[in-house]
Design a protein. Structure first.
Lengths: 159, 165
C-alpha cells in the first residue's frame, strides 16, 4: 500500500449561514496544509485566513495580482487576505496553500489562488509574522456571512 | 490518501486530435486535470476544454495574462475554457504546462474551476495565464474533452486526471 502523502484532515459544509469557519487541533505531522474553499457570501467582501486565533491584522501581510478593476493591478496590505466572496456573483473558489505550517523556526507563508468568475481572478502571497506552528485556521469574512452550502476542506501534505 | 490518479493519457503519435476522459468515478470531491502539451501543426497552441461534452455557452471566465512584455485581463462566456499550450513555432522539444482544479464536481451546483497555465518558449514572448471559470450546470462531471480544434497533439503530450476526496 502506498504511503499516504495527501490526506483529508477535516471538512465543513455549512448547514446555515456563518461569519467564519475554524479548523482546530490540526495534526502537526504534515509538511504543508491545503485549504479548498468553495463558497458564497451574503455580500461582496474579503475573506481572511487567521492562524491560532491571532486576529490582529497588523501581524499579517500580503501582495496580490488581480483582474479586479478597470485594468490588472497589484496590491499590498497588512491583513491575511485570501480572496473575495460575492453574493450575486456566483461561487468563489479559493485554493490556499500554507507552507511548513508545523515549523517553529520561521514565519508562515501562504499562496492562494482566488477565483470569482464574474468579477476577478487573482494570485495572492502572504505571511503571518509568527514562528509558532499553526494549530488552527479561521476563515472569516470582513463583513456579512458565508451562505449555507459553502464547503471547506483541509488537507495535509506529507513532509 | 486523498489524492488519487484516475487516468493518464499519453500521445504516442502525432495524429491525435483530442484527449477524452470518460466514465469519471463519482466518489470524489474535486478533480484536478494536469496537461503537458504541444500543438504539432500550427500556432497558437490553444487547447479547448469542455465538460460532459457540453459546447454550449456555459463557461464564464475571467483571466489575467502576461506575455513577457505586457499584462492583460479579459472576461468572456464561451462554449469551452482554454489552456494555451506550446505550439509548432515555439522552441523544439518544449511543452506547455497547465492545470485545472474543478471543485465539488459531483454536486448539483455550478462548478467552480481554477486554471493556471504557461507556454514554454526560449524567446522573449511566452504566455502565463491564471483564470477563473464557472461552468453553468447542475450535472455531475462525468467526462472531460481536450481538443486542439482539429490540430494534432505532439507525440509525448500527456494529460492526467486526479481525484481528490
Amino acid at each position: 500500500m502506498a504511503t499516504p502523502t495527501y490526506d483529508l484532515l477535516d471538512s465543513t459544509t455549512l448547514a446555515s449561514s456563518a461569519s467564519s469557519v475554524t479548523f482546530t487541533s490540526i495534526d502537526q505531522s504534515y509538511g504543508d496544509l491545503v485549504v479548498v474553499i468553495d463558497s458564497k457570501g451574503t455580500s461582496t467582501t474579503a475573506i481572511y485566513s487567521y492562524y491560532n486565533s491571532d486576529f490582529t491584522n497588523a501581524n499579517y501581510s500580503y501582495v496580490n495580482m488581480t483582474t479586479l478593476g478597470a485594468s490588472p493591478s497589484s496590491n499590498t496590505a497588512s491583513n491575511p487576505f485570501v480572496g473575495f466572496e460575492g453574493s450575486s456573483l456566483g461561487q468563489s473558489l479559493s485554493l490556499l496553500h500554507i507552507m511548513d505550517y508545523s515549523a517553529t523556526d520561521k514565519h508562515k507563508s501562504y499562496l492562494c489562488r482566488n477565483n470569482l468568475p464574474d468579477l476577478l481572478t487573482q494570485a495572492i502571497a502572504g505571511r503571518w509574522s509568527n514562528s509558532s506552528a499553526v494549530s488552527s485556521v479561521t476563515l472569516q469574512l470582513s463583513s456579512g456571512n458565508l451562505v449555507s452550502g459553502s464547503t471547506f476542506y483541509l488537507y495535509g501534505i506529507a513532509k | 490518501m486523498a489524492y488519487e490518479l484516475i487516468e493518464t493519457i499519453e500521445v504516442t503519435n502525432a495524429t491525435t486530435t483530442d484527449l477524452v476522459f470518460t466514465s469519471i468515478p463519482q466518489d470524489g470531491i474535486d478533480l484536478k486535470l494536469v496537461v503537458s502539451a504541444r500543438n504539432s501543426d500550427s500556432a497558437p497552441g490553444v487547447v479547448l476544454i469542455t465538460l460532459n461534452n457540453d459546447s454550449g455557452s456555459n463557461y464564464s471566465q475571467e483571466d489575467l495574462e502576461g506575455n513577457g512584455g505586457s499584462v492583460s485581463s479579459n472576461s468572456s462566456t464561451q462554449g469551452y475554457f482554454r489552456l494555451r499550450m506550446t505550439d509548432s513555432g515555439d522552441t523544439a522539444n518544449t511543452f506547455g504546462s497547465g492545470q485545472a482544479y474543478i471543485s465539488n464536481y459531483t454536486s448539483s451546483s455550478n462548478k467552480s474551476i481554477s486554471c493556471d497555465r504557461v507556454t514554454e518558449n526560449n524567446a522573449s514572448t511566452a504566455y502565463q495565464r491564471i483564470e477563473a471559470v464557472s461552468y453553468s450546470t447542475s450535472s455531475a462531471i462525468s467526462s472531460i474533452e481536450i481538443d486542439f480544434l482539429g490540430d494534432n497533439f505532439a507525440q509525448y503530450t500527456t494529460a492526467s486526471l486526479y481525484k481528490i476526496y
